[in-house]
Write a protein that binds this ligand. Structure first.
Ligand SMILES: Cc1ncc(COP(=O)(O)OP(=O)(O)O)c(N)n1
Ligand SMILES: Cc1nc(C(=O)O)sc1CCOP(=O)(O)O
Ligand SMILES: [Mg+2]
Length: 518
């Protein structure tokens, strides 16, 4: 299979520490091919910038036109644009691209970390650029320069992000590395409808200065973002992975410098050089994610929920009536979920709620004294009231459920997730298990996300090996073995049991095929 192509448009840093060289190295590390359109050739080392030679707009145009037919981009990463003339050529070329347009990220590098000015753009041209790119990724200084607003605290940062959106940006990723008033380094991603925060402890970011002088981290982050979008990740997951990628590079550099192999002299001379790290696979490199500045998850303590009595749970039937629980208990099932959904057309809500309450009560009575761990979906108050074993909640449910009440009552908590961002959002809650969905297409419910497939499931299982995991979504007899081979602790199914001709036989067949029967 040919490698997807990403175009990197920006300046050449003769030291290789930043610019399009850093972009190309990052993309190569993530197995993507970089084409390079050069905007300026700089004369710089890691510590000094002496000069910059600006490429003419017509040469940029020629580079673009030649690449367009032979090596069309799946994404475009733009960084230093020297002047308005260059920017106008880029805007015109982007406008002329066929739809669907590639993902375009603009890292508005204004100055080099080695000291030189790289970009001089007028406000009307900045506005044109903002409108044609999908995401702009300023650090605090760049955000301040682009908006003309001083930034010194969270409120002024928020105001400046709002101003950039008002200028026409589709989405802003304001990086927090330079926001020294914050104890953690917080990247804020905002569009007119959504907002995420990605937070890393600052202590992690800063290695002793003699061993880490890494430059080009902004180039790395924007290139990695483009790479993960091209690899098919949703924007929240791509942002999480790009943040983790940069942290993993920082950590690798620090670990090498502090290792016994390195002398102080070699550490000093290596201090500028990024190490290839590949796909982020180090849990500690991942940021804490919040879905809004006031995400209720932020205010939860991290004491954790009661653990499961048993973690290798086998097949996990998810059923919509207590009668299923009575029917399935004789199989020896170790975990089961009562998932009754309130249909909007139900007329008599009180009567419906009374029926749900009765079913939960009966389900608790049926499973008491057995080895079957009963989880109640959604109805956490009723689960507490009737003393269920646990509650299962989705991401949206976390905004309304009283998690402290669930914890205090001693109930276990299972939480749905659909990617790296959601996993990093709920990890600090230390739930009793995390569900990973949907692995395959499912007809049981409308899913806003894409099926994840076995490769991603394997990544999650490897990365989150300290929390019991449950796979869900479209799992049937022909797929269950591949799912079980990832090492996931449990496999949840709805229709593979409830729509089987013989549900009991189907439960046993799934368990056997998965290798859960010893
Ligand atoms: C084991 C398991 N995983 C995921 C879900 C889905 O929960 P949620 O996202 O809250 O959606 P609804 O089930 O409420 O539609 C689940 N129930 N169980
Ligand atoms: C209830 C549910 N939650 C999912 C998630 O991914 O969060 S997938 C799903 C439905 C699973 O049904 P089936 O086994 O019939 O595909
Ligand atoms: Mg729910």
């Amino acid at each position: 299979m040919t490698q997807p192509v990403i175009w990197c448009i920006g300046g050449i840093d003769s030291s290789g520490g930043a610019g399009v060289t850093r972009d190309a190295l990052t993309l190569a590390d993530l197995h993507l091919h970089a084409c390079v359109i050069t905007t300026q050739i700089t004369v710089q080392s890691n510590t000094r910038m002496l000069d910059s030679h600006i490429v003419s707009p017509s040469v940029i145009n020629e580079q673009w036109l030649l690449l367009e037919n032979e090596l069309p981009p799946r994404a475009i990463k733009i960084s230093a644009i020297a002047n308005d003339e260059q920017a106008l050529v880029l805007c015109a070329r982007i406008d002329s691209l066929n739809k669907p347009k590639p993902f375009i990220v603009w890292d508005p590098v204004l100055c080099s970390t080695s000291g030189g000015k790289l970009t001089q753009l007028s406000t009307p041209v900045v506005q044109l650029l903002l409108k044609v790119v999908d995401v702009v990724t300023p650090n605090i200084d760049e955000l301040s320069a682009l908006t003309g607003m001083p930034i010194s605290d969270n409120q002024s940062k928020r105001d400046a992000i709002a101003a950039l959106l008002a200028l026409g940006a589709n989405a802003v990723l304001a990086k927090g590395g330079h926001a020294t008033w914050q104890s953690d380094a917080i990247d804020t991603f905002k569009t007119n409808t959504i907002e995420y925060e990605f937070s890393q402890p600052r202590a992690h970011q800063s290695a002793p200065s003699e061993v880490s002088r890494l430059r080009g981290t902004g180039c790395m982050q924007a290139s990695a973002l483009a790479a993960f979008i091209v690899k098919g990740y949703a924007i929240d997951d791509a942002l999480t992975l790009a943040n983790a990628y940069v942290m993993q590079v920082r950590t690798a550099l620090r670990d090498h410098a502090l290792s016994n192999e390195a002398t102080l002299d070699s550490a000093r001379s290596d201090a500028y050089f990024a190490k290839p790290v590949g796909f982020p696979a180090q849990q500690s490199a991942f940021p804490q994610v919040f879905f809004a500045p006031n995400d209720p998850v932020k205010w939860q303590d991290n004491t954790g929920f009661a653990p499961l009595s048993e973690t290798n749970l086998g097949i996990y039937p998810v059923v919509d009536h207590v009668d299923w629980i009575a029917k399935l208990l004789p199989t020896g099932v170790r975990i089961i979920q009562l998932r009754i959904k309130l249909s909007p057309e139900k007329k008599n809500l009180d009567q419906h709620m009374a029926n749900i309450s009765q079913q939960i009560k009966a389900a608790v009575a049926l499973t008491k004294g057995t080895k079957c761990q009963l989880f109640i979906n959604d109805f956490w108050q009723l689960a507490i009231k009737h003393g269920a074993y646990g509650v299962h909640l989705g991401q949206e449910d976390l905004a309304t459920a009283d998690l402290q009440a669930i914890k205090t009552a001693g109930l276990r908590l299972g939480v749905s997730t659909h990617g790296f961002a959601e996993l990093q959002r709920v990890k600090m809650l230390k739930p009793s298990y995390i569900a990973l969905g949907h692995i395959f297409p499912t007809a049981t419910k409308d899913m806003p996300s894409q099926p994840q497939g076995i490769t991603r499931l394997q990544q999650y299982v490897d990365l989150y090996d300290d929390i019991p995991t449950v796979a869900i979504g479209g799992i049937n007899l022909s797929r269950v073995n591949a799912v079980a081979n990832t090492g996931v602790n449990s496999i949840a199914v709805v229709t593979a049991i409830t729509q089987a001709d013989n549900p009991i036989a189907s439960f046993h067949a799934l368990a056997e095929e998965a290798g859960f029967v010893k």
